[in-house]
Design a protein around this ligand. Structure first.
Ligand SMILES: Cc1ncc(COP(=O)(O)O)c(C=O)c1O
Ligand SMILES: [Zn+2]
Length: 419
C-alpha cells in the first residue's frame, strides 16, 4: 500500500491562532500565548492545489487515510484499522416518512469503536506517536474514551481516560475492555475537562483533546470529504450535525471550504445545521440570540454524549453555521427517543442519542420548511445505539413471551396487532 503523501513541510506552515493570527511551530500546543485563542493547523493551499485531486484521493485506501494530504500528519503508520469511509446510503423509507426525496444517512457507527471519534483519534494518536509521547489521555463524554483506549491498546501506548462517573455502562465497559486507566470523575464533563486542563499542564502526555486538539480536530474533516466524494463529488444542500464542543460542525464546514479552495468542487451551496438536545444547548442559544460568545449551561439531558455545557469550539460552530446560511435547533429528550426509533424502524440503523438529536432536528427543519422536499440532505449519524440502550427502557414494545408449543404461539399471536 502506498503510504507516502505530501511531506508535512510542504503542506503545512505551522499552527495559527484563530483570533490574532500569530504563527507557532507544529508542536503539541493548542492555545495562543498572546491572546489565549485556539490554534489551528495552517495549510499551504497553494502548494496543495493541483496535487490533491479527485484522482489522487481515489487512488488512496478505502479509509480516512485517503485524505491524508489534507490531514496534519506525516506518514500513515496504522493504515489498516478500518477507520472512516463509512457507508453513505439513501434513506428511502425515512425520506418518505419525512417527505424528502433525497435524504442520505452517513453511518459513522460503522467505525471500529462505533462512533465518528475513531476519526479524530486516528489523527491524534498518529500525532502523539510522531511527537514521541508514550502516554495518551483525554477528557470524554464516552465515545472519545472508547476510541482513545482502543487505539492506545493497538499502538502499545499507556492510556488515561477521564470521564464523568455517571456515564452509560456500555461506554464504561467499552473503555475498560482496552485496559487503560479509567478515571471516573465525580462531576459533569465540564468538571472533567477542567481537571484535565490542570493534569495536562503537569504531565508529559499527549492529551488528544487538549495539547493535541489542533491536530485531533482536523480528523473530523474526513466526514465532510467522504460525504461529498460518496455523493459523486456533488455537494449537498443541507448537512445536519450534532454538536457537543462544536468541533465536528466547525470541521465539516472547513472540509467543504477546503474542497472548494482546492478546486475539487465548485462553490459550496451547503447549509450546515447544528443540532443539540434542549437540555444542553448553549450553542443553539448563542446562535439564536446572535451572541458573540457562548454562555455556559448546566446540562440536563439523556443525550450524555453531547452534554458539554461550556463548549470549547461553540463560537466557531456558531460562526460556521452563520457563514453557511444554516440554522441551529434544539430538540427535547422525547423527540430524541422518537428520532432513534424512527431511524431504526425505517432504515434498520440503531443510533445512539446523538443520532436521535440529528434525526429529530431534520424533522424539525422539514416542518419549518427550511429543508425542501427535493433538497439533497445528509444526516450525520455519529454513534451507535448499543451504547445508550438505557434510554429505551420501557419505551419499546414488550416481547411476546410464549411456552414452546405451537398452540401457545398461536394464542399469543391472536392477541397482538402486528403492523
Ligand atoms: C456520538 C457523538 N456525536 C457528536 C459529538 C459532537 O462532537 P463535537 O464535540 O465535535 O461537537 C459527540 C461528542 O462527543 C459524540 O459522541
Ligand atoms: Zn492569538
Amino acid at each position: 500500500m502506498e503510504r507516502h503523501g505530501i511531506p508535512p513541510t510542504e503542506k503545512m506552515r505551522g499552527l495559527k491562532c484563530r483570533e490574532c493570527g500569530t504563527m507557532y511551530p507544529l508542536e503539541p500546543m493548542n492555545v495562543c500565548s498572546l491572546c489565549f485563542g485556539p490554534l489551528e493547523v495552517d495549510y499551504d493551499y497553494e502548494a496543495l492545489r493541483g496535487r490533491v485531486t479527485r484522482q489522487s484521493i481515489a487512488a488512496g485506501p478505502k479509509n480516512l487515510w485517503r485524505y491524508r494530504d489534507l490531514l496534519p500528519i506525516g506518514e500513515v503508520t496504522d493504515p489498516d484499522f478500518g477507520v472512516g469511509f463509512t457507508p453513505l446510503f439513501k434513506a428511502h423509507r425515512l425520506g418518505e416518512r419525512l417527505g424528502l426525496s433525497n435524504l442520505y444517512i452517513k453511518n459513522d457507527t460503522a467505525n471500529p469503536t462505533w462512533s465518528f471519534k475513531d476519526r479524530v483519534v486516528s489523527v491524534a494518536v498518529a500525532k502523539a506517536i510522531e511527537f514521541g509521547f508514550d502516554t495518551v489521555a483525554c477528557a470524554s463524554t464516552g465515545n472519545l474514551g472508547n476510541a482513545v483506549a482502543a487505539q492506545a491498546a493497538r499502538r502499545g501506548l499507556k492510556c488515561f481516560i477521564f470521564m464523568p462517573a455517571d456515564l452509560e455502562l456500555p461506554k464504561i465497559v467499552g473503555t475498560l475492555i482496552f485496559r487503560p486507566t479509567l478515571v471516573a470523575v465525580k462531576g459533569n464533563y465540564d468538571a472533567v475537562n477542567r481537571l484535565c486542563a490542570e493534569v495536562s499542564a503537569t504531565m508529559n502526555w499527549g492529551f488528544v483533546n487538549i495539547n493535541l486538539r489542533s491536530y485531533y480536530s482536523e480528523g473530523s474533516k474526513t466526514l465532510g470529504f467522504e460525504v461529498v466524494e460518496q455523493l459523486g463529488w456533488r455537494v449537498p444542500d443541507h448537512i445536519i450535525v450534532p454538536m457537543a464542543s462544536g468541533s465536528l460542525l466547525t470541521k465539516v464546514w472547513k472540509s467543504l471550504k477546503e474542497m472548494e479552495r482546492l478546486g475539487l468542487i465548485g462553490e459550496v451551496p451547503t447549509k450546515v445545521h447544528g443540532a443539540q438536545a434542549a437540555g444542553c444547548s448553549p450553542i443553539v442559544t448563542a446562535f439564536k440570540e446572535k451572541a458573540e460568545f457562548v454562555r455556559p449551561v448546566k446540562p440536563n439531558t439523556i443525550v450524555k454524549s453531547l452534554a458539554i455545557g461550556n463548549p470549547a469550539d461553540g463560537i466557531y460552530a456558531v460562526r460556521a453555521i452563520r457563514e453557511s446560511g444554516g440554522l441551529a435547533e434544539a430538540v427535547t429528550d422525547e423527540e430524541v427517543v422518537d428520532g432513534i426509533k424512527t431511524l431504526a424502524e425505517t432504515e434498520g440503523l440503531f443510533t445512539e442519542t446523538a443520532g436521535g438529536v440529528t434525526i429529530a432536528t431534520v424533522k424539525k427543519l422539514v416542518r419549518q420548511k427550511v429543508i425542501g422536499p427535493d433538497d439533497i440532505v445528509v444526516a450525520l449519524i455519529t454513534g451507535c445505539g448499543f451504547k445508550t440502550q438505557e434510554v429505551l427502557t420501557d419505551r419499546l414494545e414488550e416481547p411476546m413471551i410464549v411456552e414452546p408449543r405451537l398452540t401457545a404461539f398461536q394464542e399469543q399471536l391472536a392477541l397482538r396487532v402486528i403492523s
